[in-house]
Design a protein around this ligand. Structure first.
Ligand code: ZN
Ligand code: ZN
Ligand code: FE
Length: 791
C-alpha cells in the first residue's frame, strides 16, 4: 500500500499571544479541535497559550484559519507562531494545566467585563440556581483585573481563592460544553461570596438586601456600596434632598456626580442618546459616558450644577442589576472616597472613611485586589465636516490593563514612568507594549502615594518585569517625583511635562520622527523654571524646542488665583487696558469692592506672591470669570468646563460660515502670544449684554485661529506638517473640532489623544517613550550608525 504524503498525520505546536487568558479561549480551541477531529492539548502558559495538535496537514490549516478568524468576543491575538513537530499518536484533545511557570509573561490579563446578557437573564429567572445571585459571572463576563493578585490568571491567584467550589460549580467549571468552563471567578449562592448590609456601627441588618437598600434610598438615605473596583456612594438621583445632603457631607459643592441608569429606556428619558452613544454605554467596558441632558424633563440641578451634560453609566455587575430590580431607575453613583483620597476598596476602611457620608453599607466578602475607578468617556462628536471619535477623560475600569503598542527604537529593558502629580497613572513600557495603570488619582497626599507604591509592586508581578530605568516629571514640587527618585534605579530620565504630553499623543498614533505640537493645559514645570501650559513645540521623542508660548500671565496670590479665576481675569484686563480700566470694569464684572481689586493690582505690580504662568487653563478661567460663569473653581477645570459647554451644539453651519464669525483681537509678538486685547474686547461684549453663547463661540474660534496661525508660523520655521494636540484643555470638544477644521484647511495632518486622556492621566505614556528613545540615543552616539531623524 502506498501512503500518500497528504494522508500523513502531522503535529504542530502553536504559540499564541494576546488577550487569550480568562476570555474562554481554551474552550474555544477545544471546541474547534473537536469540530475538526484533531487530537492534542491546549494550555495557558506564561507566554500566552500553547497548543499542540495533530492531524492531516490540510485539516490543520483549516483549523488554524478558523482559530485566527472566529475568536471569542473578548479574545485578541497579537502573535501566532506555528511549528511542525513529530506527531505523538494522541487519541483525544484535552485542556491541560497551566504550563511553564516562571518564564516571562506576555499574556495580558483582561479588563473587567460588564455582565453579559445570558448571566443577566439567569439572575432574573426564578428557575435558575443563580436567581438573584449578585456574583454571577461566566467566561464572557465578570471580574478579572480587579480580583487578580498575580499571574497567570488562575482561580488560586485571585480573591476567589478562599471560596471552594460546590459540586455544581465544579461540574460547570470542568464541563467543556458549559458557558462557565474554566471561568475563574465562578460562584453560586451555595459556595460563593455573599452580600451583607451593615449600619453605621457595623451591625448587620437582617433581611433581603435589595429591599433594605430600596427602602433606604426611598427615605433619601445615602448608601456606601461595594462594587467591582471600589466603593460607590449611592442615592436617589431624582430627588434633590439626598443629593444636597451628599454634597454637604462630601464637601463637594459643584463637581458633577455620575449617575447609573437602569437601562437604555431610562437613560433616554433624561438624556439625548444616539446609536453610537448607546453602543458605548453597553460596550464591555461600560464607561461613564458624558451625555447631553434633555431640557424637557426635570432632573435635580444639583446633579451637575451649571452643566448641560450628565455622566451616565449602566449597571455593570449583577449586584447593580439586582439593585435596579426594586423599582429604582436612576441613582447617583459617585466614587466612595474622601476628597482627593484614593477610592475605598475594603470593608473595614469603608466603615471608617465613609461613615460620615453614608447611612448604610452594602458590603460583601469578595476582596477587591486592584482598585479601579470608573472610566469616563466623551462620546464621538460630529459636525457637517468632520467627526471626533470617543475621547477618554479617564481610562480605568473596563480598559485597564490592556496595553497599547507604541513605536520604540529597540526592545530593551523595561521602563517605569511615574506620571504626574494629579490624575496620576504610571506606565510600564515593556518592549513595544505600554502598560498604563488604572487611574490612581492625586499624589499630593500620603494615602495616594501609598496606593501608587502598592500598585506599582503588583503590576511588576503582573507583567513579570522589574524596570531599572525611571522616567519622571522634574517639577520640584511634585511629591510623586520625590518618592520615585528615592527608589533605586540604574538610570533616571527627567521628562519635561509638555514634552511628555506631546510624546504620549505621538506614541498612541505610532508616530516617529519630528512633529509640531500644541500643548495646552493648566500647569506644568517649564524648562525655564516658570509655569508652562500654552506651548507650541517642535520635536521628537528625544528632544523638543519651545517655538511659541502664551506671554506670562501674573497669578496674583499664586494658588489662590487658580481657585479664584477673577484674579487672573483682572490681571488680563490690567495688561490690556491699564489700571483705571481694570478697576472700573472689574467692579462691574466681578462684583468685588475696589479695595480688593487694588490689592490684586498691587500684588501684580510688586510681583509679591504672584507667579507667572503661560497657561491655557488660566486663559479659560479668566474668560469664564469675565463672562460671570464662574468666580470660583470648586473643582479642577470647573470654569473651563462651564465655558466650553456654552458652545454646544456648534451648529449646522459649514466651516466657512463658522470661520466668518468675527474674532477677538490677539497679538503675536516674537515668540509669544498676548490675549490681553481679547480680554478687553470680550469684557466689552459682556458689559453690552451680548449673548453668552456667541461670546463663548467667538472665544473658541479666536483661540483656534490663534493656534492655527502660530502653527503656520511654526511650519514656516521647521517645514513640519504633522501636528499633535495635547494637554487637558483639549478635553474641550469644541476647541478640538474648531482647531482641527482650521488646521486641516491649512494643510496640516492633525493627531489628538483618543486612546489615552488628553489630561495628565496620559502623561506617563509620554514620559516612558521619551526615556526609551533617550536611552537608545546613547547607543547611537556610541556608533551604531542608526539614524531616525527625518531631516
Ligand atoms: Zn456572563
Ligand atoms: Zn457553587
Ligand atoms: Fe498637563
Amino acid at each position: 500500500m502506498v501512503i500518500k504524503e497528504k494522508d500523513v498525520r502531522e503535529g504542530r505546536r502553536i504559540f499564541i499571544e494576546g488577550t487569550v487568558q480568562g476570555v474562554g479561549f481554551r474552550p474555544f480551541v477545544y471546541r474547534l479541535a473537536s469540530k475538526f477531529s484533531l487530537c492534542g492539548q491546549v494550555a495557558n502558559a506564561n507566554t500566552g497559550v500553547v497548543l499542540e495538535v495533530e492531524g492531516l496537514p490540510k485539516t490543520l490549516d483549516s483549523f488554524l484559519e478558523e482559530l485566527r478568524t472566529k475568536l471569542p468576543p473578548l479574545a485578541k491575538i497579537t502573535f501566532l507562531e506555528s511549528k511542525k513537530i513529530p506527531p505523538q499518536g494522541l487519541k483525544k484533545f484535552s485542556i491541560a494545566l497551566t504550563k511553564g511557570r516562571g518564564g516571562p509573561v506576555r499574556a495580558p490579563l483582561p479588563p473587567d467585563i460588564t455582565l453579559c446578557l445570558e448571566c443577566a437573564l439567569e439572575i432574573k429567572n426564578p428557575k435558575e440556581r443563580r436567581y438573584l445571585y449578585p456574583f454571577t459571572n461566566c467566561t464572557d463576563c465578570g471580574p478579572r483585573f480587579t480580583i487578580v493578585k498575580s499571574m497567570p490568571y488562575d482561580r488560586e491567584k485571585t480573591s476567589m481563592e478562599n471560596f471552594n467550589m460546590c459540586p455544581d460549580c465544579n461540574r460547570e467549571y470542568g464541563d467543556i460544553a458549559d458557558r462557565r468552563f474554566h471561568a475563574q471567578p465562578i460562584a453560586c449562592p451555595i459556595c460563593g461570596p455573599q452580600v451583607q448590609m451593615l449600619d453605621r456601627e457595623g451591625s448587620e441588618i437582617p433581611g433581603p438586601w435589595t429591599e433594605i437598600v430600596k427602602s433606604a434610598l426611598k427615605k433619601g438615605q445615602i448608601i456606601a456600596l461595594k462594587g467591582l473596583g471600589g466603593f460607590h456612594l449611592a442615592c436617589d438621583a431624582k430627588k434633590t434632598l439626598p443629593i444636597q445632603l451628599l454634597r454637604k457631607r462630601k464637601n463637594r459643592p459643584a463637581k458633577p456626580f455620575a449617575v447609573m441608569a437602569k437601562d437604555l429606556n431610562v437613560a433616554k428619558k433624561y438624556c439625548h442618546i444616539n446609536e453610537e452613544e448607546s453602543n458605548l454605554l453597553t460596550s464591555p467596558g461600560a464607561p461613564i459616558t458624558t451625555l447631553l441632558k434633555r431640557k424637557d424633563v426635570y432632573l435635580p440641578l444639583e446633579l451637575a450644577p451649571g452643566l448641560n451634560t450628565l455622566g451616565v453609566m449602566f449597571p455593570y455587575t449583577p449586584l447593580h442589576v439586582l439593585l435596579f430590580e426594586e423599582g429604582l431607575d436612576l441613582l447617583v453613583m459617585t466614587s466612595g472616597n474622601r476628597g482627593g483620597l484614593p477610592l475605598v476598596i475594603d470593608n473595614a476602611s469603608a466603615m471608617e472613611e465613609l461613615k460620615d457620608f453614608a447611612d448604610l453599607f452594602l458590603v460583601h466578602n469578595r476582596d477587591i485586589v486592584n482598585r479601579c475607578d470608573d472610566s469616563v468617556v466623551m462620546p464621538s462628536y460630529r459636525t457637517n465636516d468632520m467627526k471626533l471619535p470617543p475621547l477618554f477623560m479617564r481610562r480605568s475600569r473596563g480598559y485597564v490593563p490592556e496595553n497599547i503598542k507604541v513605536p520604540v527604537p529597540e526592545t530593551g529593558e523595561s521602563i517605569f514612568a511615574a506620571g504626574g502629580e494629579m490624575k496620576n497613572t504610571f506606565c510600564i513600557l515593556k518592549g513595544d507594549e505600554a502598560y498604563i495603570s488604572q487611574h490612581l488619582g492625586e499624589m499630593d497626599c500620603l494615602e495616594g502615594r501609598n496606593v501608587f507604591e502598592e500598585t506599582f509592586k503588583r503590576w511588576r508581578s503582573f507583567i513579570y518585569t522589574s524596570p531599572k530605568t525611571l522616567a519622571y516629571d522634574p517639577h520640584p514640587g511634585y511629591e510623586i517625583s520625590r518618592l520615585v527618585l528615592e527608589m533605586p534605579w540604574e538610570e533616571k530620565y527627567p521628562v519635561q511635562h509638555h514634552h511628555a504630553h506631546m510624546a504620549a499623543v505621538m506614541g498612541e498614533h505610532g508616530l516617529e520622527g519630528e512633529v509640531l505640537a500644541a500643548v495646552l493645559d493648566g500647569s506644568g514645570y517649564g524648562s525655564d523654571g516658570n509655569i508652562w501650559g500654552f506651548e507650541i513645540l517642535a520635536g521628537d521623542y528625544l528632544d523638543f524646542k519651545r517655538l511659541y508660548h502664551m506671554n506670562y500671565l501674573p497669578l496674583p496670590g499664586g494658588e489662590k488665583a487658580v481657585k479664584e479665576p477673577w484674579r487672573v481675569a483682572l490681571a488680563l484686563l490690567y495688561l490690556g487696558g491699564g489700571e483705571k480700566y481694570a478697576l472700573a470694569k472689574g467692579i462691574k464684572l466681578f462684583g468685588k469692592e475696589e479695595k480688593e481689586l487694588k490689592i490684586m493690582l498691587n500684588l501684580i505690580d510688586s510681583s509679591f506672591n504672584t507667579p507667572l504662568a503661560s497657561s491655557g487653563g488660566r486663559l479659560f478661567d479668566a474668560v469664564a470669570a469675565l463672562m460671570g460663569l464662574c468666580q470660583e473653581n470648586t473643582y479642577e477645570g470647573e470654569a473651563a468646563i462651564r465655558l466650553s459647554e456654552l458652545t454646544f451644539p456648534l451648529g449646522d453651519n459649514s466651516i466657512e460660515e463658522r470661520e466668518a464669525l468675527s474674532l477677538y483681537p490677539y497679538k503675536i509678538n516674537g515668540d509669544s502670544i498676548d490675549f490681553s486685547s481679547l480680554a478687553v474686547a470680550l469684557a466689552e461684549d459682556v458689559l453690552k449684554g451680548k449673548d453668552k453663547k456667541i461670546i463663548a463661540l467667538r472665544f473658541h474660534h479666536t483661540l483656534a485661529d490663534a493656534l492655527t496661525n502660530l502653527l503656520i508660523l511654526a511650519r514656516d520655521l521647521t517645514g513640519l506638517e504633522r501636528i499633535v494636540l495635547g494637554g487637558g484643555v483639549f478635553q474641550n470638544r469644541a476647541l478640538l473640532v474648531l482647531c482641527q477644521e482650521r488646521l486641516n484647511k491649512a494643510g496640516f495632518k492633525v493627531y489628538y489623544p483618543c486612546r489615552i486622556p488628553a489630561n495628565d492621566g496620559g502623561l506617563s505614556l509620554g514620559q516612558a517613550l521619551v526615556a526609551t528613545w533617550r536611552r537608545w540615543q546613547k547607543d547611537v552616539s556610541s556608533g551604531t550608525g542608526k539614524n531616525f531623524r527625518n531631516k
